[in-house]
Design a protein around this ligand. Structure first.
Ligand code: CTP
Length: 406
């Protein structure tokens, strides 16, 4: 669960071309379960309409210190009492200067002065304005007073000039906020590859062999790792799920395609979790034309698919985690797979329990480790919460190994 869930975040949007990117920030924040109140400066409203933010956030957008229909009391003071954090994105040189000097001449600058909550600014401006000594000294002042700054990146700016001044990406801003509010970042910067979902093996151009995997466990792991700061690559077979925001998402169909992608990415990874339900067999000779009903009943000849996980150890130093879906003799089979596939850990879950395993919202199981010969049981819980617990257990083992290696 994200640290932002249930939090009340104010998003201040000021007058930079990057204002359109703030829409994505609202979307990402809302997805974490945070409530988002958008506040815009007048120049901000010239860049993008408040109606867009009202629709995305589900709340009225605040723009005026003295609204046409005055509300009882002082809105910004009431607001100050309910907020958990303020993001200003994009932050212009102007709002940075006003914040540095305590100027309160519009709703946003007044609110910034009145609210004693964590603040995060994502500057966006022309590179000359960013480099200007006045801006840099204002940045130094607000930093020193505890405002977090996400430095703009180098790239092409609105003027088509190339330089430092582009606003950081929305996901980077949301990640920084999670970190600021104390979210766990124990995977910060770690490269993590996760596979998810089933594979589809074609019979003919319209039919395929597959399995009941929904991809939910793998996607939950990807989202959890992302939230904790990892750089996640999610390689997924066909599922009904939306790609996980902020992950490098690669869609595949067959086991062969999945293998190709996994092998390409594996050498760079620090952790690989194979949660995908890879089809063990494929059709030996798929038809190139749709099979007709007339004629004799076809007999499908199968051949084995490559075992993706079993062949990974020689090409990567990543910590390797497999999933074992079992019905009987689960422990024995999982431990055998741990050994034979040369894994660091394996998560045993069950194919024959009412509320866990394939295509369910909840899951349970046991995580076995090679190094410590330890096992950790996990009781039935949502796949999201289980994903976090599995990641915590894996992280502890990885740290133990890093320490042993010195
Ligand atoms: N796996 C894989 N490639 C395959 C089959 C499985 O990489 N062709 C991976 C899965 O992603 C999972 C682990 O291997 O992490 C165990 O999968 P499972 O199907 O339980 O193992 P199998 O070795 O195929 O054994 P079984 O005979 O029980 O199906």
């Amino acid at each position: 669960m994200s640290i932002l869930k249930g939090k009340n975040i104010l998003l201040g949007v000021t007058g930079s071309i990057a204002a359109y990117k703030a829409c994505e920030i609202v979307r990402l924040l809302t997805k974490t379960g945070a409530g988002v109140q958008v506040m815009m400066t007048h120049s901000g409203t010239r860049m993008i309409g408040p109606a867009t933010f009202a629709a995305l956030s589900g709340r009225d957008v605040l723009t005026d210190l003295f609204p046409k229909t005055p509300k009882a009391g002082l809105e910004h003071i009431h607001l100050a009492e309910t907020l958990d954090a303020i993001i200003v994105a994009p932050a212009t040189a102007n709002i940075i200067a006003k914040t540095a000097h305590g100027i309160a001449d519009d709703l946003l600058s007044t609110t910034l002065l009145a609210c004693d909550v964590p603040k995060l600014f994502a500057p966006a401006m022309n590179f000359r304005m960013w480099r200007n000594e006045a801006t840099q000294s204002n940045i130094a002042v607000i930093k020193q007073r505890g405002v977090s700054i996400i430095d703009p990146t180098h790239g092409q700016l609105a003027s088509l000039a190339v330089g430092e001044g582009r606003m950081a990406e929305p996901q980077t801003i949301v990640d920084a906020l999670q970190k600021l509010l104390g979210g766990k970042q124990d995977y910060y910067g770690k490269r993590v590859l996760i596979t998810a979902g089933p594979t589809r093996e074609p019979i003919d151009p319209v039919r395929f062999l597959s399995n009941r995997s929904s991809g939910k466990m793998g996607y939950a792991l990807a989202a959890a790792a992302r939230e904790r700061g990892a750089e996640v690559t999610l390689i997924s077979g066909p599922t009904a799920l939306e790609p996980v925001a902020g992950c490098d998402f690669i869609a595949v169909e067959t086991a062969e395609e999945m293998e190709k992608q996994v092998r390409e990415k594996a050498p760079d990874q620090e952790l690989i979790i194979m949660a995908a339900a890879v089809a063990d067999f494929r059709i030996a000779h798929p038809e190139t034309q749709k099979m007709k009903r007339e004629g004799s009943t076809p007999i499908l000849k199968l051949e084995p698919n490559p075992d993706i996980l079993r062949k990974l150890r020689p090409i990567t130093d990543a910590y390797l985690v497999g999933f074992a879906l079992e019905m009987e003799e689960g422990r024995k089979n999982a431990l055998q797979k741990l050994r034979e596939k040369n894994l660091d850990a394996i998560f045993l879950n069950y194919a024959d329990r009412a509320q866990s395993g394939f295509d369910k919202e909840t899951n349970e199981g046991i995580l076995f480790f090679k190094d410590s010969e330890k096992e950790i049981p996990f009781e039935l819980q949502s796949k999201n919460s289980l994903a976090h617990r599995i990641l915590t257990a894996i992280r502890n083992e990885m740290s133990g190994r890093e320490k042993r290696k010195g």
